[in-house]
Design a protein around this ligand. Structure first.
Ligand code: GDP
Ligand code: IMO
Ligand code: MG
Length: 438
């Protein structure tokens, strides 16, 4: 059995979609295990740019079966739209190719309204959520009053929707936010339920069976390690388990599936984050403009889901090391190396300094750890190593040997910090713009 877990090693938007697309060429199943349409995963194939919010990125490969696992929260209207967009782009979408866990939770307009009202009430301490209703949907799940996809089959589905909206209205009214009329929500959800019913399945059973038959399952994480509800920069996180162990619970797989699993950590060659929260290596002004780009390229650092400019900074080796441990990352895929071409020199954060001392092992070796995780990074100052940059455009490079020496040095230093091998380097958004490492 082969399970490969693709996980973001930073704050999301590392390029997971394009790395999933790369591995999906050799996979049978592509399965999302967490989050909802807060995610935006981009896959570029020739002139086609696919922006996937809910459907796993492996769907672009015709022989792959896409699975949306029980760990997800699903806005069924976004899903229907996404299915239609993909169909129009020539991708076949049918119940044979797209399987939805009966146990995934539904997102409704009431969740979206609550998300926006609650984040607005946080004022200056807001999280800057995507407003997609993610937090309130997971809150309902944990409170044991959520609506699951299987509820769409219930004869009283409409009444359940009405009860849910009435309940949400109580909170909206306390927040002085506009209340919702439950009737149109009920009508709309009745209609989408009819269209999605054929796709519902016991996906945990199907994936278990497939793994038992020796099939390859790619588990696709959404968001990134530092946005994980337990291990991220709490409370500036999302509401799901984004990390690799979340793939097991989010897909309904047992520990036997983890035996021999590869965990591929996707790491951008620099650091970005959307929304609020700590970011020790963040840069501003001219430097930030240069890393972010103007927006003229599709890959410039503006959110795939919200269009917000992403905050940018130097690669944080301390947080990368943390992500390696929390996920059990076995291999790294480094993305956007091409964006670093043309810099005189580059900075890499190799340690943090706290109260005048570097957080390193006594012999000056690898960084040890953050005493209480990354939630409060305010006491720390990044310690940088300056590395030479390279002028050459690397976007046409396909072999490690053809990379400029300074680019190899940068990747080797990154690998040294991480303590796991860099297996892939992407040098552009296109499917083939990948360097396989020796
Ligand atoms: P995800 O959420 O982790 O899947 O990442 P996003 O799709 O939100 O953001 C990554 C962006 O960078 C997308 O526009 C990708 O097409 C683009 N991208 C991915 N890898 C590379 C790369 O190696 N070079 C460049 N220039 N763009 C890339
Ligand atoms: P992908 O899968 C980057 C961020 C939001 C916000 C915080 C909480 O494309 O990498 P939420 O709406 O989830 O309650 O917002 O998490 N966030 C992401 N940032 N990439 C994502 O997904 C994100 N999904 C959520 O900006 O700071
Ligand atoms: Mg994204």
């Amino acid at each position: 059995m082969t399970l490969q877990i693709i996980v973001g090693a930073q704050w999301g938007d590392e390029g997971k979609g394009r790395i999933v697309d790369w591995f999906a060429a050799q996979a049978d199943f592509s399965a999302r295990y967490n989050g909802g349409d807060n995610a935006g995963h981009t896959v570029t194939v020739g002139s086609q740019i696919f922006k996937l919010h809910l459907i796993p990125s492996g769907i672009i490969h015709p022989k792959v079966i896409a699975v949306m696992g029980n760990g997800m929260v699903v806005n069924p209207c976004t899903l229907i739209d996404e299915m239609e967009i993909l169909r129009q782009a020539g991708i076949s979408i049918s119940p044979e190719r797209l399987r939805l866990s009966y146990a995934a939770h539904l997102i409704t307009p009431a969740h979206q309204a609550l998300d926006r009202a609650l984040d607005a009430r946080r004022g200056r301490g807001n999280i800057g959520t995507t407003g997609r209703g993610i937090g309130p949907a997971y809150t309902d799940k944990a409170s044991r009053r959520g609506l699951r996809l299987a509820d769409m089959l219930a004869p009283d589905f409409c009444e359940r929707i009405v009860d849910h909206v009435v309940e949400a209205n109580r909170t909206l009214s306390m927040l002085a936010a506009p209340e919702l009329d439950p009737r149109p929500v009920c009508e709309q959800y009745r209609e989408v339920a009819g269209r999605l019913k054929p796709y519902l399945a016991d996906t945990a059973f199907e994936l278990h069976t497939a793994l038992g038959m020796g099939k390859t399952v790619l588990a696709e994480g959404a968001q990134g390690t530092l946005l994980d509800i337990d291990f991220g920069t709490y409370p500036f996180v999302t509401s799901s388990s984004t990390t690799a162990p979340g793939a097991l619970t989010g897909l309904g797989l047992g520990l036997d599936a983890a035996r021999g699993a590869r965990v591929i950590g996707v790491v951008k060659a620099f650091q970005t984050r959307v929304g609020s929260g700590p970011f020790p290596t963040e840069v501003f002004e001219d430097l930030a403009m240069r890393l972010r780009g103007t927006g003229e390229h599709p890959w410039d650092e503006y959110g795939t889901t919200t269009g917000r400019p992403r905050r940018v900074g130097w690669l944080d080796g301390v947080l990368l090391k943390y992500a390696i441990r929390i996920n059990g990352i076995s291999d790294l895929a480094v993305t956007k190396l091409d964006v670093l071409s043309g810099w005189e020199s580059l900075r890499l954060c190799t340690a943090y300094r706290h109260a005048g001392k570097d957080l390193r092992e006594p012999r000056g070796g690898a960084f040890t750890d953050l005493p209480f995780g990354p939630a409060d990074l305010s006491p720390y100052e990044p310690v940088y190593e300056e590395l030479p940059g390279w002028r050459e455009d690397v976007s046409a490079v396909r072999k490690w040997a053809d990379l400029p020496p300074a680019a190899k040095t940068y990747l080797e230093r990154l690998e040294g910090l991480a303590g796991v091998p860099v297996r892939l380097v992407s040098v552009g958004p296109e499917r083939e713009q990948v360097v396989s490492c020796p």
